[in-house]
Design a protein around this ligand. Structure first.
Ligand SMILES: Cc1cc2nc3c(=O)[nH]c(=O)nc-3n(C[C@H](O)[C@H](O)[C@H](O)COP(=O)(O)O)c2cc1C
Length: 323
């Protein structure tokens, strides 16, 4: 399939693996890129420029296809060395950067000078337009369904995607709730040029996370996610567990007085304990409503091949057959 996104990034299929903290290591990024999609290493998980440079080099050993690096600008406990991270991305010959969170304008000149394509992830049409106006090459439009940070507007993709299509000139991919060929064809119908998946890619053979995480996603239904940190205007969609329910009780009890320190135990530093050690009750971890559509743990290649071949059947048999 050829779309503006496959052309822009030089990939075979219009499927991107979004950056994911403690999931987006070289193993997953390379598997997605080798299967014809765009794999993305999560920059902040590496933490330092030296470690990110190593991870980029490791990924390069595993694939000769294009891959990207995600750089997230979100409130974090210790501010990362963003300038150093950007420099190793450039030095490492990475061709795509996925930015997320705050406005990436400060970093665009150096990335563009290096010939790097920038796709910015946003949860609102106004932010997508801003990304377009500052020179981003594409945007990833993240609906309310998404795992991670859906923003504060709560607009689901059936509204957000056509709104984005009506307003944007640069290409965009649909993100949040994407799992299969139905998602891809639906997203294309709404004007997107491809899809970005997070949660679906965690439940794959190659995702370098503990088996408990994959089992939790397969076992979860679409009813099992919760929104946390809304009172801090840093809303995150996570899979429920006892720590999340405890966190929500604190939010209810403290109301507008809630501070980050009150919930630090449930959110700070929990990713390695969950993703690496499989300690599933350690705290809050991002997961999309799409968990309700995930019932298996395929290889990345089987997942992507199936999406592409079923998309062909939906378009050329089911839809064409309606006429
Ligand atoms: C476990 C997990 C960690 C994530 N970490 C990040 C991150 O560090 N930076 C980022 O921009 N997005 C992050 N995301 C969001 C994904 O890149 C993607 O936008 C989102 O998962 C799409 O929604 P879906 O899960 O319904 O596919 C994360 C998502 C998950 C599930």
């Amino acid at each position: 399939m050829k779309t503006k996104i496959t052309e822009l990034f030089g990939i075979q299929h219009p499927i991107i693996q979004g950056g994911m903290h403690y999931v987006g290591f070289a193993e997953l990024a390379a598997a997605v890129s080798n299967a014809g999609g765009l794999g993305i290493i999560t920059g902040l998980t590496q933490g330092t420029p030296e470690k990110l440079a190593n991870e980029i080099a490791r990924c390069r050993e595993m694939t000769d296809k294009p891959f990207g690096v995600n750089i997230t600008f979100l409130p974090t406990v210790n501010s990362p060395d963003y300038a150093g991270l950007m420099q190793v991305i450039i030095d490492g010959g990475v061709t795509v950067v996925e930015t997320a969170g705050n406005n990436p304008a400060k970093w665009l000149p150096m990335l563009k000078d290096a010939g790097i394509k920038v796709i910015h992830k946003c949860t609102a049409v106004r932010h997508a337009l801003k990304a377009q106006s500052i020179g981003c090459d594409a945007v990833s439009v993240d609906g309310f369904e998404c795992g991670g940070h859906p923003g504060e507007d709560d607009i689901p993709n059936f509204i957000l995607l056509p709104r984005a299509a009506d307003e944007l000139e640069i290409p965009f991919v649909a993100s949040g709730g994407m799992a299969d060929a139905r998602s891809l064809v639906g997203a294309l119908a709404m004007g997107a040029e491809g899809i970005n998946m997070g949660t679906r890619f965690i439940a794959t053979q190659e995702a370098p996370v503990h088996e408990n995480v994959k089992a939790a996603i397969v076992g979860a239904s679409e009813l099992d996610t919760r929104l946390v940190m809304r009172p801090l205007r840093n809303t995150e969609r996570v899979l429920t567990n006892p720590a999340v329910e405890r966190l929500l009780e604190k939010e209810k009890a403290l109301g507008a007085d809630l501070k980050f320190e009150d919930i630090i135990e449930e959110v700070a530093g929990v990713y390695p304990r969950i993703m690496t050690n499989g300690d599933m009750d350690a705290g809050a971890w991002s997961c999309g409503m799409v968990a309700g559509l995930i019932n298996d743990i395929p290889t990345v290649k089987d997942l992507i091949d199936e999406i592409m071949s079923e998309a062909d059947s939906i378009i050329n048999q089911r839809l064409t057959g309606l006429y």
